[in-house]
Ligand binder design. Sequence first.
Ligand code: SAM
Length: 456
Amino acid sequence: MLPDEFVNSLTEILSAEEANALCNTIENGRSVTSIRLNPFKVSEKPEGKPVPWNRYGLLLDERPSFTLDPTYHAGAYYVQEASSMFVEHLYRTAIGERQGIKLLDLCAAPGGKSTLYSTVVGLDGIVVANEVIRQRAMALAGNVQKWGLGNVVVTNNDPSHFAGFRNWFDVIAVDAPCSGEGMFRKDPKAREEWSPELVTMCAARQRRILADIWGALKPGGILIYSTCTYNRHENEENVAWLASEYDCEGVEVSVPEEWKIVTGNISTEGGVPIPTFRFYPHRVAGEGFFAAIIRKGGQGERACAPKPRRSIFTEIQKGTQRSISSWVAQPEYMKFVQVAGNVYAYYNDTFADVKTIAESMSVITSGIMMGQLFSGKLKPEHPLALFHDVNKNDIATAELPLDAALDYLRKQNVESSYFSEGINLVTYCGFPIGWVKRIGNRANNMYPKELRITNL
Ligand code: SAM
């Protein structure tokens, strides 16, 4: 049953007929499963129904067992709710193909939008994927490593900790913690936890988060605000509050009518009105979602970042660098350094920015964790296998059939005859899924224990 107060509140945003249709869809409709492909790993988009507002999104007819698909564990795609993929359309409209973008995804776990943003900013940009709850930040780090682009720094900070960054980020995404009305169909727990008091509490918290982070956005920079809830308090009212407090305006975004998104406008003082976008499951193939896109006013103010609190990167000797670089396909774009005894790879273009963040914030992971050095030789770690540019040409690779790949992912023994002596990059359908070290007749399964699949 839907909470009465929720049903009554719908009259504030929908006609009686549409409110009925929405409640009916929440109660009786079937959630649509959708995935977003990783274009850095999948070269051809498989046949299927596209998500209209996302070039890599696909709607599936049914929900397969993703756990039993090794390409899922290879980061070939991310299982993501379709409505929320709309932020890609907003990003592309506002930023296009601009290079060197610094994007902060402030409320990032489990990583649906961070992996999307890491794709659209490209390899010359960076995403700071931040999550305040530590355990969720760890899960976020796992998903970012699986996606494997190497252009993300995962941090575990409260939004207020970004106060030291002034006018620094080109884009800030606030996918705010909310009362979750848009998830009522998919997640019955969201209904149980909902109350009018929760809505009030969330709306106040969202304002705090926006106020905490506004200074870190560059003048002319873009804020993408989103929630997965319907009520106006957490959505339009917060955007209107932002427009009344700060110098900002909207960004014009074209949305074809056949997408069936409900659009609106919030006026600003003399500037472009701020467009808003509402997704209702009785209209679109997706769950409930709200988004708005805002451009910060002002110009020319100097960017500054916090002073480094510590130095964490150690240079690696030239000779060792050369042997490390053979593990990636295009080492000329990368820099290899050590952090706490582990070798990491970063893109040259953005290393200075990564360093600024890593030396002032609480970082969980960044770049590509490659492994540890033993007598100048690298013992590879799992994230390197999932890096989109791991050197498949010069490393021994072992392609496994489905059954053996699943055994591998369960961290069971796999027949040693699949492998060459020494380190092997294990692949399924050509997608790397991890490492095996063969010594004689023994194949040492190096799949991380904490990631192993446990169902049969
Ligand atoms: N962007 C994520 C994605 O696409 O996968 C979903 C984010 S979820 C809607 C909101 C996140 O905000 C949660 O991970 C939650 O832990 C985090 N959060 C909770 N309280 C917060 C706070 N006070 N400040 C910032 N983030 C908070």
